[in-house]
Each structure stands twice: as C-alpha cells, then as structure tokens.
Write a protein that binds this ligand. Sequence first.
Ligand code: PGA
Length: 245
Amino acid sequence: MKEKSQDQKIVRMKPLIAANWKMNKDIAESKEFVNRLLKLVDNSSEIVLFASFTSLYILRTMLEHSRIKLGGQNMHSEEKGTYTGEVSASMLKDAGCEYVILGHSERRQYFHETDETINKKIKVALKNKLMPIVCVGETLEQRENSETESVVKNQLEKCLKGVKIKNVVIAYEPIWAIGTGKTATPEQAEEVHKFIKGMYKTRIIYGGSMKPENAKELLSMPDIDGGLVGGASLDAKSFAEICND
Ligand code: PGA
C-alpha cells in the first residue's frame, strides 16, 4: 500500500463518510444514534446521515448547530404529481437534506431503476440544490469476466449524460461486497477509483462492507475520497470510529 506523504495529507480534502441506514431505525433510534454520535466524532471527516424519511425532520433540528449533514436515500424523478408513496427533491430539501443517494444497487435490483431514470433523478436533484451520490458497481460475475471497467463506465456515461459533474459525488460499490462482509481490497477498490477519476474529476467514495477494521486502509488510498457505509453505520460507535480514522 502506498504511504501518503505529509504534504499529500494536507492538500487532500477531508473524507466524506456517509451512513446509509437503509430501512432501519425509527425516530427514537435515530435520535439516540445522533446523541451518541455527537459525543463521539471528531473533526476529521465530513459526515452525512442517510436516515429514513420519517426521521429526517427531527434530526434536522438536532443537527442544526453541528457539521453533520443529512441526505435522503432516494427520491422520485418528477418534481411533484400523482405518484402515490413517492418523495420529491424539494420535500427532501424541506426536511433538511443536502444530499441524496441515487442509483443504489438495491434500488436497481428491487425497484428496477435504470440508468435513464437515475439520469433524470440526478438532474432534478441538482436543480433542487441537492448533491447526488451516484452509485455504480459490478456484480461478481461481471468482475470474474473482467467487465468491471466497462460496466462502471457504461453506468456512469448513461447516468451522467448531460450532467455537470462538479456537484456530483460518485460511489463505487461493487455489488458483491454490499452487505456480504466481503470487502474489495484497498488495491481492488483503488484500481476502479483511479479508472473513474481518469474520466470524472470529482469526489469518489467507496461502499461495500466498509467497517472500522478496514476503513483506514481503504481511505488511505490516493483516489478513495470517502465511504458509503451500510451495516457498520447502524452503530454509533463503529460509525464514529470510521469517521475519526
Ligand atoms: P454495506 O452497505 O456497508 O452494508 O455493505 C453499503 C451500501 O449499501 O451502501
């Protein structure tokens, strides 16, 4: 693994560490998490909590005077209308969000989201001044067939068509590493991040079983600018450990 020089450390932005709670934590649990987190985290990362929709507003009031930001886990591609059960970009803004996760592999798999829909959503998010975290990544089969780069490139080209990259974060999340306990090695992740950086000059964060035991090494790679943390973000102590790395 490459050691970073002191100078490189100084010029690098703080890592962006995002907690993706998925369909977990009711309001009481969300409040308890935030109370604990505020006592545990230092200033070394930028932090975003992707809480459930129902917890966002109350967390907004709790986090008002902190540096911790909020995000939505999804939103609809239309700005308003007859879409029962959906949440719009302006509703997320209104509830206190500055970020939104778009194109998560679980949304692609279980809710059949396509790159085209994700592209529409990204444009609507930006129009509403939400910073999208756009997720891409390959399946195990695609990796084994040496298709990782072509899959990721194709997803990004379609998702980011006509989009100004400056206000977008990309999350590289190999599907085989999500919720499986299998993490990409720092070298495997860095290889893909470097490939993406060659095409898009923006922040690229890694997701897929990031936890306190592997976060430091992953985050020390030159092109890994942060993490999107699922399972390990449900516990304030383990999430804080990742943030404080
Ligand atoms: P995981 O989830 O950390 O539990 O693998 C990451 C994600 O889905 O964003």
